[in-house]
Design a protein around this ligand. Structure first.
Ligand SMILES: Cc1cc2nc3c(=O)[nH]c(=O)nc-3n(C[C@H](O)[C@H](O)[C@H](O)COP(=O)(O)OP(=O)(O)OC[C@H]3O[C@@H](n4cnc5c(N)ncnc54)[C@H](O)[C@@H]3O)c2cc1C
Length: 516
């Protein structure tokens, strides 16, 4: 079946689901729910998957876009969680999404605040991470090992670093997503290609093991979707649909800087947080040239908002940590955008920073399966576990999960790491056209040629808007990626909206794409 999602397909499938009893109803189209839809559909089950808003509307678009090897968990003695992360990272890098996920270099600058003992401890951790890579059978050519580099080498990779007192840096590698929201869309479209009905703007009002009362948020009418089993993958909103679950959301904030604010970053940075032995702020150069700086970990009480606001104290904190390693401080007015996400952590005693990131499966007496916790990196494994449980509870006739072997829409052969030498993994960006080709390849993979062909349809479609995004990409999103309105286009299919000024500038382009 076709992977294209659009308004016409939504209308058709919305009409179909009213008369069916599907094998699996998935609620929530973040990474976890989209993964569950794909897992179930690729086992031959009939699937409907709904989201109250859009694909990737929730936490999945507010991540740091790291595909972790799980080193943090190893440091806390959570070996199983760390190993699972490393295995999932290997699947994404090597087979399922090599266009969206590649190895990226990170530096831990050895500034005077990092003692020799601390540096030695961190290096020991990195070497343990190498062990995880080997155990997960991820080839070294996809994920290089760690090393210690000199101050001059560190400054060549990250010129904004303060040179005074810099002894060198620890260089390590981990997976990085070109765009977290695009991963979700790719998973959902792959599910659609396997026959899943992906229905955005459909809110579950009530949920049980036998289906959901659903409101079409566009048409306004309410109807029932009947199902043999139900997977609740609503992340931080899960407790609203599953009585008895207690979540303890934790807010993670990022700053967004324009390319010119922090130029010269060929590697990301791990910046030690003063007074914390094993926590680092992250400086994350993005493929579009912007730089994200994160992230906080603050418990949040009260009702869960659709889009979490960013308190000013998070901005102040992140700027202070960032500036502790820079030659020229970044000022408040240089912060072009901010965003926050809520981690869907299960309630337990202790600091949210210490709560386990392992996912949990919970079942209601009438057979609804709720999956929470975990992380973006392990979405596939979470989905597999949830569908295994649903299959067993519903006594469905289905084989084993196939998703480790199933490339996502757009997957191309793995290109190798992004070079710490400033190279590009052999993709050959040569001049402006080469860079544009690479940008499209990283976002669209094997579909990049079709996006480029669309540019040739009309001159305005090839004109780059903010962050270089063209009208053709927006039209592609409307025709094939299920974008239904301006917000879908600017805030999830592209990330122009992370900088409010750019978003305003791109509005005419988005309206033109919807009308085209
Ligand atoms: C700041 C931050 C940074 C992170 N960084 C990383 C990282 O770098 N790497 C990593 O691996 N992990 C990271 N994580 C963790 C990861 O992002 C999350 O664990 C993951 O995205 C959760 O995905 P999800 O699909 O479970 O939930 P979500 O993405 O929140 O999806 C839930 C969906 O359910 C929908 N929904 C809610 N209620 C209803 C309803 N009634 N009816 C229908 N739909 C509904 C919502 O609209 C939403 O789309 C980070 C988390 C945070 C907060």
């Amino acid at each position: 079946m076709n992977s294209s999602l659009n308004a016409a397909r939504r209308e058709r499938e919305l009409a179909e689901v009213r008369d069916l009893v599907v094998d699996v109803l998935v609620v929530g189209l973040g990474a976890t729910g989209a993964g569950a839809a794909l897992d179930a559909a690729s086992r031959g089950l009939s699937v409907a998957a709904i989201d109250a808003h859009d694909m990737a509307f929730g936490t999945s678009r507010w991540s740091s876009k790291m595909i972790h090897g799980g080193l943090r968990y190893l440091a806390k003695g959570q070996v199983g969680v760390a190993y699972e992360s490393a295995v999932e990272r290997g699947h994404l890098l090597g087979r399922t999404a090599p266009h969206l996920v590649r190895a990226h270099p990170y530096l831990l600058p050895l500034v005077p605040e990092v003692s020799r003992r601390h540096a030695a401890l961190v290096m020991t951790g990195y070497r343990a991470g190498e062990g995880l890579r080997i155990a997960a059978r991820t080839p070294r050519h996809l994920l290089p090992g760690p090393s210690r580099i000199s101050a001059a080498q560190a400054l060549a990779l990250a010129s904004p670093l303060a040179s005074r007192g810099l002894r060198g840096a620890l260089l390590s590698w981990d997976g990085r997503l070109a765009d977290d929201a695009r991963l979700v869309v790719a998973v959902a479209r792959t599910a659609a290609a396997q026959g899943a009905r992906i229905l955005t703007r459909c809110r579950a009002l009530e949920l049980s093991g036998e289906g959901a009362l659903v409101r079409d948020e566009l048409g306004g009418d309410t109807f029932t979707i009947r199902a043999r089993t139900v997977v609740n993958a609503t992340g931080v909103w899960a407790a609203g649909l599953h009585p008895g679950i207690r979540l303890r959301p934790s807010r993670g904030t990022h700053l967004v800087l324009r390319p010119e604010t922090l130029p010269g970053l060929a590697a990301g940075l791990h910046v030690p947080i003063p007074g914390e032995s094993n926590r680092f702020a992250l400086v994350l150069p993005q493929p579009d040239g912007r730089v994200h700086v994160g992230l906080t970990d603050e418990p949040v009480d009260g009702p869960v908002p659709d889009v979490p606001p960013v308190p000013e104290e998070d901005v102040t904190f992140l700027l202070a940590v960032l500036n502790s390693v820079l030659e020229e401080p970044v000022r408040r007015e240089d912060v072009a955008g901010t965003y926050a996400g809520l981690r869907p952590l299960l309630a337990a005693d202790g600091r949210t920073a210490d709560l386990s990131r392992r996912h949990a499966l919970l079942t209601t007496p009438d057979g609804m399966v709720t999956i929470v916790g975990g992380k973006l990196t392990t979405y596939r494994r979470m989905a597999e576990d949830a569908v295994d449980r649903a299959v067993s509870l519903g006594r469905l006739d289905a084989g084993r999960s196939r998703t480790t072997e199933l490339p996502l829409v757009g997957a191309v052969p793995a290109a190798g790491p992004e070079g710490a030498d400033g190279g590009n993994g052999g993709k050959g960006a040569d001049g402006e056209r080469g860079r544009e080709a690479d940008r499209l390849l990283e976002r669209y993979g094997s579909e990049a040629g079709s996006v480029r062909a669309l540019m040739a349809e009309d001159p305005w479609l090839a004109e780059p808007g903010p962050t270089g995004v063209t009208g053709a990409e927006l039209v592609w999103a409307v025709r094939h990626e299920g974008a239904l309105d301006v917000d879908d286009l600017l805030d999830r299919r592209t990330r122009i909206g992370l900088v409010p000024q750019d978003r305003t500038a791109a509005l005419p382009l988005a309206h033109a794409a919807l009308a085209y």
